[in-house]
Design a protein around this ligand. Structure first.
Ligand code: THU
Length: 132
C-alpha cells in the first residue's frame, strides 16, 4: 500500500547517504520490502579493484536473503540523478530470483517518482521455475 511504499522510498534515500562510491561519485540507495513485511536496505559499495563494486539493489536484496527473506514484494531505488533511474541488468536478474510480481519504484533527486513492474524491466526472464 501507499504508506509502505512511502517508507520504502524513505529507506532508499537514507541508504543512499551510506553509499561508498569514491570512484564513480554516483551514490545509490535501495530498499526492498519482503512478504513478511520486513524492509532491508543497501547502498552501492565500490572497490579499488573497480569490477568488484556492488550495486545498491543487490546489496539490499542479498541483505534480505541473508536474513532469511525469500519473497520480494517491492523495491525502491534512490540514485544521484535528477530523474529516476532503474536497476542495472544484473540487479534485475537477482531481484527476479525472489519475485515475479515485484513493484519497482524510483525517485530522482529532483523528487519525481516513477513506477515499473520488474517483469517489464526484465521480460521473458530466466528464473527458478525454468529449472523445475
Ligand atoms: N549502481 C547502483 O548501485 N545501482 C544502479 O542501479 C546503477 C549503478 C552503482 C554501481 C556503481 O557503484 C555506480 O553506481 C556507478 O555505476
Amino acid at each position: 500500500d501507499r504508506e509502505r511504499i512511502e517508507a520504502l522510498v524513505a529507506g532508499a534515500r537514507a541508504a543512499r547517504e551510506r553509499a561508498y562510491a569514491p570512484y564513480s561519485g554516483f551514490q545509490v540507495g535501495a530498499a526492498v520490502l519482503t512478504d513478511d513485511g520486513r524492509t532491508f536496505t543497501g547502498a552501492n559499495v565500490e572497490n579499488a579493484s573497480y569490477g568488484l563494486s556492488m550495486c545498491a539493489e543487490r546489496t539490499a536484496m542479498f541483505h534480505a536473503a541473508a536474513e532469511g527473506a525469500r519473497r520480494l514484494v517491492a523495491v525502491a531505488v534512490a540514485a544521484s540523478n535528477d530523474e529516476p533511474t532503474w536497476p542495472c541488468g544484473a540487479c534485475r536478474q537477482v531481484l527476479y530470483e525472489f519475485g515475479r510480481d515485484v513493484a519497482v519504484v524510483s525517485q530522482g533527486l529532483g523528487g519525481r517518482r516513477e513506477d515499473r513492474r520488474l517483469t517489464d524491466l526484465l521480460p521473458d526472464a530466466f528464473g527458478p521455475d525454468d529449472l523445475a
